[in-house]
Design a protein. Structure first.
Lengths: 143, 84
């Protein structure tokens, strides 16, 4: 798809490598480093106990600062609050008008929050390499 | 965060099963459970948690919480690590 082609061309090699390196665990990272050393004779290992930060000094904005990211969704649905364990009278008393036999609806607004390092990828706006919103205002940043 | 991956997960697990439906009649989860927004939040959060690793196979991001507003004044928030 065109979408993926465009995304890939915007990821610089260093950023793409960072995205890969951030996803692997410590064992896989060690394995990856060993393979790189074999493939590239210019590289050498400086010591046994090198942390991932020492192996790969990342430029400041790409270090993966932890973020809490929230995305909002909306959906509409109807319900009736009625418990089969209660009598009709008790249901009316507990749930009030929400117990009316025909039910009622809500326009729910749902925020989903996640946390993780900034990866700079796939942001609709704001992040590096993000797809541009259709019809974005003229003043918006052009990538 | 890969927003497209999150959108896909929410579409499959929340929007498609629940949007423009009747919780009591149309959904399996609420055959024996009163669909209060608290219970709806529990069901949605547990669905997202259950299918999270399929959408995000790496170590990050982690699902933190969901917050559902039934009306402007009734808002329910649930942390993912506090439910099954």
């Amino acid at each position: 798809m065109d979408y993926f082609g465009e995304q890939r061309s915007l990821l610089m090699p260093g950023l793409a490598q960072m995205a890969t390196v951030l996803q692997v665990n410590r064992l896989e990272l060690n394995e990856m480093i060993k393979q790189e050393i074999v493939k590239n004779p210019a590289l050498e290992e400086s010591g046994d106990e090198t942390s991932s930060e020492e192996v790969l000094p990342l430029p400041e904005p790409e270090r993966g600062q932890a973020f809490h990211v929230t995305r909002r969704y909306a959906f509409s649905a109807s319900h009736r609050l009625h418990s089969p364990q209660l009598s009709d009278d008790e249901n009316r008393r507990v749930y009030g008008k929400c117990n009316n036999p025909f039910g009622h609806g809500h326009n729910y607004v749902m925020d989903v929050s996640a946390r993780g390092p900034a990866d700079g990828a796939h942001r609709p706006c704001g992040g590096r390499g993000g797809a541009r919103r259709p019809g974005a205002a003229a003043g918006d940043r052009t990538v | 965060m890969d927003v497209a991956a999150l959108d896909g997960l929410v579409r499959r697990q929340v929007i498609e099963p629940f949007d423009h439906r009747n919780f009591n009649a149309d959904t399996d989860a609420f055959q024996d459970l009163v669909p209060t927004t608290e219970n709806v939040a529990m069901e949605i959060c547990s669905r997202l948690k259950r299918h999270w690793s399929a959408a995000f196979p790496g170590a990050w991001p982690k699902l933190e919480k969901i917050r559902i507003a039934e009306t402007e004044r009734n808002i329910f928030e649930l942390r993912a690590d506090e439910i099954e």
